[in-house]
Design a protein around this ligand. Structure first.
Ligand code: SAM
Length: 291
């Protein structure tokens, strides 16, 4: 099958052949180490029956390895300059379909209906463009796609926040948002030297495994997420203070204290000490009081 794309020599050759110059604004840092890619694919649990959705194939380094391991790969790439390159580098990979679209605007659910079998297990695997890591993952999670897992290379700090435990400085509203839908685990840290060009930040591989059921029962998801965000608005302030500020326009201070009392959560605690269950209890109590 020839040499993999993910080597310094082949990547440089491909870039020269097409006169390609990296766009920093699109988060273009390509992987030039095939071992890293194989480790990612192993962590993702890809088998020859899997369907894979990739975001940002670049020149196809990861796509090529995914095509060898999986049944089918659909890859979304926004940069039109990469399309002729991918046609060339992936010409032997008949099971890859490149979609020229901004992932944030894509109807992924509709694509999945067309491109994958109804009973096939589907995984998202990607070396994400770091400038939009959170919007991409939140979009894919909130759309509740029939996807089993997400295995993504992202900025280390963001991976730590998504996989954080209560009472740590990384724990916040992003943690709750991600862990509401998935079990999150940082599975690998990755040196800057495996990218061309090397990024200015450290990277980790995060694996998100879809929960079969929501971990808590919330009356209204948007209300729940907004309340969680409010509890972390000023991290150093107590729950009572953050919630007073959140509800200030239309709720009496005493009502805030009364609802907190009802839930049994100490109003002088900070958001970072609350578990998902406690946040759910809090959100439902305020929702029922005010709706
Ligand atoms: N997968 C390749 C690799 O690992 O070598 C490239 C990864 S690079 C970090 C991110 C890729 O995402 C680039 O190819 C970039 O053009 C693409 N990209 C950036 N923004 C995008 C968007 N909104 N939708 C789809 N692809 C995007």
């Amino acid at each position: 099958n020839g040499k993999p794309i993910a080597t310094p020599k082949r990547t440089t050759d491909i870039l020269h052949k097409y006169g390609f110059s990296f766009k920093k604004s699109l988060g273009q840092n390509f992987i030039i180490d095939v071992n890293i890619l194989q480790n990612i694919i192993r962590e993702a649990g890809i088998s020859e029956t899997s369907g894979v959705i990739e975001v940002g194939p670049g020149i196809g380094a990861l796509t090529e390895q995914l095509a060898n391991a999986a049944d089918k790969v659909v890859a979304y790439e926004v940069d039109s300059r990469l399309l002729p390159i991918l046609d060339d580098t992936l010409h032997n990979c008949g099971n890859v379909q490149v979609v020229h679209q901004d992932i944030l605007e894509a109807d992924v659910k509709a694509m999945m209906n067309v491109c994958f079998d109804a009973n096939q297990s589907i995984h998202v695997v990607a070396n994400l463009p770091y400038y939009i890591t959170t919007p991409i993952l939140m979009k894919l999670l909130r759309e509740e796609l029939p996807v089993s897992s997400f295995t993504v290379m992202i900025q280390k700090e963001v991976a730590q926040r998504m996989a954080a435990q209560p009472n740590s400085k990384q724990y916040g509203s992003l943690t709750i948002a991600v862990q509401y839908y998935t079990d999150a685990e940082v599975v690998m840290s990755v040196p800057r030297s495996v990218f061309m060009p090397p990024p200015n930040v450290d990277s980790s591989v995060l694996k998100l495994t879809k929960k079969t059921e929501p971990p808590v029962e919330v009356d209204d998801e948007d209300y729940f997420f907004a309340l969680v965000q409010a509890c972390f608005a000023q991290r150093r302030k107590t729950l009572r203070n953050n919630l007073r500020r959140h509800f200030s326009e239309w709720a009496d201070r005493d009502i805030i204290t009364a609802v907190l009392d009802e839930t049994g959560i100490d109003p002088v605690r900070r958001g970072e000490s609350l578990t998902m269950e406690e946040f759910a209890g809090l959100a439902n109590a305020f929702y029922r009081k005010f709706r």
